[in-house]
Design a protein around this ligand. Structure first.
Ligand code: SAM
Length: 283
């Protein structure tokens, strides 16, 4: 099949494909969105692309036109023969039948440089997949994904707005974030109930801030946002530190304990985390 001829509606009809709600199957119809994803991901002939959830291969076909290699990970048994039939003849296409949450991405990336991930993600696994990829220390350059609008807004949020939370801090600790475009439900079949956004996460060569104890940083971030309406003082107490030492830690990093987590930049979270670390270590 010519890559230009891969069209979602035609293939769904040809194979009498039945959509699975539980696998988050909303396939893209809109050509302009497909092109914007490929352009937004800045795909070129040097790139080794990993696509999570190719569906019937509509986005895959566009990626194959530009990239050096495209490896797809698809969970649905029914889509495997369709993808093999439609795209199997292309040497640069590789298909892995597995759950993206279970695969070892290092085995897929091997020694490849220029690794980029691109996906119209099944919404039910968006956050676990992002966390797996970011915390897994994999050496990809960027992750360009279509996700639910509200999740993209949380990922992209800056301090002092209601969307800013633990996910914003986690993603921005590892990546720069760029919103590529909004996508309305009419661009899919079947139509989802929510609006979507295509967002690119560019992995930084090192985390945005250097901290003495990464786990402590994320414990403090989580505790702070779990009790959004409470002061930092109240949430930091959960790290098991005495009142006296907590006061010392806040004094040392010069952060007002009456502030709330949603007002802190990542740099301030890091400073607070390192102060708590030091006070704990010296006692
Ligand atoms: N890329 C296609 C498109 O844009 O039209 C399909 C996108 S659809 C939103 C999500 C795809 O991810 C489906 O093909 C679904 O079967 C697949 N999928 C769902 N859960 C998965 C998982 N855990 N691992 C890999 N693929 C998964």
């Amino acid at each position: 099949m010519d890559l230009m001829d891969i069209k979602t509606k035609d293939l769904v009809q040809k194979y009498n494909f039945k959509f699975s709600k539980s696998l988050g199957q909303n396939f893209l119809l809109d050509e302009s969105v497909l092109s914007d994803i490929v352009e937004g991901a800045d795909v070129n002939e040097k790139d080794f692309i990993i696509e999570i959830g190719p569906g019937v291969g509509t986005l895959t076909a566009k990626l194959l036109q530009k990239a050096k290699k495209v490896t797809c990970i698809e969970l649905d048994n029914d889509l495997i023969p369709i993808l093999q039939q439609e795209l199997g003849e292309y040497d640069k296409f590789q298909l892995i039948h597995n759950d993206a949450l279970k695969v070892n991405f290092n085995e897929i990336m091997k020694d490849e440089d220029h690794v980029k991930l691109v996906a119209n993600l099944p919404y039910y696994v968006t956050t676990p997949i992002i966390i797996k990829l970011l915390k897994g220390n994999y050496k990809f350059q960027s992750l360009t994904i279509m996700i639910q609008k509200e999740v993209a807004e949380r990922i992209n949020a800056k301090p002092n707005c209601k969307e800013y939370g633990a996910l914003s801090v986690l993603v921005q600790y590892y990546c720069d974030t760029t919103i590529i475009r909004k996508v309305s439900p009419e661009s899919f079949m079947p139509r989802p109930k929510v609006d979507s956004i295509v967002i690119r996460l560019d992995r930084l060569s090192a985390p945005r801030v250097k901290v003495k104890d990464e786990k402590l940083l994320f414990d403090i971030v989580r505790a702070g946002f779990n009790m959004r309406r409470k002061t930092l003082w109240n949430s930091a107490k959960l790290t098991g530190i005495s009142k006296e030492n907590l006061q010392k830690a806040f004094d040392h990093c010069n952060i007002d304990p009456k502030r709330r987590a949603e007002t802190l930049t990542i740099e301030e979270f890091a400073a607070l985390s390192d102060s708590i670390y030091d006070v704990k270590k010296n006692n």
